[in-house]
Design a protein around this ligand. Structure first.
Ligand code: ATP
Ligand code: MG
Length: 430
């Protein structure tokens, strides 16, 4: 196929017949975010490359291998955002949002770009919904954040999503842990993949996140961070668990969760779906108390999560959860003759202003073809306008499902009120 009629690898089109599914999810995200006191932040699709190198971390797979980076005509290095947190944090610093009352609660709904090997649940352009909370170290905030994510998945009626949590400590306790990991993995150095050999030097915790099967197996036997947590991190984690228990959120502690991005500290968590194969993490998040400082701001604790919309949709499909398709047409106004055509246009305009989904013929079809089209639209009701109807000012409102008919005034105001009643009752025979 010619290139111009083929989308780039790893991208998807959302077609008109499917877009309601996205809108349904997006509406739920927005409603739940509002219920938890979050407001939307929108940031550019591209940022200075340096932001992600610093913010996401230059030892991560994302920065090392997956970024869409290019040089502009002006010579700047620009990168398409691979995730939402760095841009949101940059905006917080740039606009002084840190002066707002704490905690600051922002959410985003964005496309992200990573040059990965495309497969089910792994795209080069994908979409994330994320929540970010700044200005609190309190473990109550960690539990609230996790509960907010869960509230969204519950509203989507997703079942058997498994929550796994861990604490990966702070830079202080992690130093000791890194040493222990280095010691453990050095014994297997020759068996490690090339990436992990490099990770061993630069950031040994990344080894636990390796997707290569043998490395993954070796990681099973590695020391866990739990034994190395400092008192503060240990107490924090205990308290997060107590809050989760208090709000009735079930979880498993998985000491192997480290998350793929460098900015995490203390709490990390993942929601994992048992139904969508290998790319099973639908949502990942945690605390990143060092990020704002890393980006040059005054220290400000923060936490957040990002959920992958494509993986959520795959999970809904796999679990047979149907999203209700919206009605596309409330009323089809068929017409015969010039006067009726004009009336159809004016009536449809008035009805649309009143929020009624009305359609009329803009193709120039005959009456039969118009009615056939009304069927294809699954119009709930129809009327047929001809000279008679125009002269008398009334038409027959037909329920397309039952076939029943009832007179309705063609005066727009009256039409709207009578139609609304009929529609509310839906089937006027009852
Ligand atoms: P993975 O381990 O699957 O690569 P990750 O650790 O890179 O995930 P994050 O950067 O934490 O993922 O992103 C949060 C969420 O975004 C993931 O849990 C997933 O649902 C989604 N996501 C990440 N990368 C992709 C991708 N390439 N395609 C589709 N969704 C993705
Ligand atoms: Mg990844």
């Amino acid at each position: 196929m010619a290139l111009i009629t083929k989308k780039p690898r790893g991208t998807e089109d959302v077609l008109p017949r499917d877009s309601y599914r996205w809108q349904f999810l997006e509406n739920i995200f927005r409603e739940e975010a509002a219920a938890y006191g979050y407001r939307e932040i929108r940031t550019p699709v591209f940022e200075h490359t340096e932001l992600f190198e610093r913010g996401v971390g230059d030892t991560t797979d994302v920065v090392q291998k997956e970024m869409y980076t290019f040089t502009t005509k002006g010579g700047d290095s620009i990168t398409l955002r691979p995730e939402g947190t760095a841009g949101a944090a940059r905006a917080l610093l740039e606009h002084g949002l840190f002066n707002d009352p704490l905690p600051i609660k922002n959410y985003y709904l964005t496309s992200c770009y990573r040059y990965e090997k495309p497969q089910a649940g792994r795209m080069r352009e994908f979409h994330q919904f994320g929540m970010e909370c700044y200005g609190t170290k309190n473990p109550a905030a960690d539990a609230e954040m996790i509960a907010a994510a869960k509230a969204i998945f519950d509203r989507l009626q997703i079942h058997d999503l498994h929550l796994e949590i861990n604490s990966i400590g702070c830079p202080t306790c992690r130093a000791e842990y890194h040493k222990a990991l280095k010691e453990y993995f050095t014994a297997y150095r020759d068996e490690l993949c090339d990436d992990c050999k490099d990770r061993l030097e630069r950031n040994p915790m990344r080894l636990l996140d390796c997707k290569v099967e043998h490395d993954h197996q070796l990681a099973e036997g590695a020391p866990t961070i739990q034994e190395y947590l400092c008192d503060e991190c240990r107490e924090h984690f205990e308290s997060v668990k107590a809050y989760l228990n208090a709000v009735g959120v079930e979880y498993t502690v998985n000491p192997k969760i480290v998350r793929g991005l460098d900015y995490y500290t203390k709490t990390v968590f993942e929601f994992i779906s048992g139904d969508i194969g290998a790319q099973s993490t639908v949502c990942g998040g945690g605390r990143y108390d060092g990020l704002i400082e890393d980006l040059g701001g005054n220290p400000m604790p923060a936490l957040g999560f990002a959920a992958g919309i494509e993986r959520l949709l795959l999970t809904l499909d796999a679990q047979g959860i149907e999203i209700p398709a919206p009605d596309s047409c409330d009323l089809y106004i068929a017409s015969m003759g010039d006067r009726a055509h004009l009336k159809a246009a004016s009536l449809a305009t008035a009805l649309r202003t009143a929020g009624i989904k009305a359609e009329f013929d803009v193709v120039g079809r005959g009456l039969r073809a118009q009615m056939k089209y009304a069927d294809k639209l699954s119009a709930k009701y129809s009327i047929v306008l001809g000279d008679n109807e125009i002269d008398e000012g009334v038409a027959k409102l037909k329920n397309m499902q039952s076939g029943e008919q009832k007179e309705i005034s063609l005066d727009p105001e009256q039409f709207i009120s009578e139609f609304t009643q009929a529609k509310l009752a839906y089937d006027f025979s009852e």
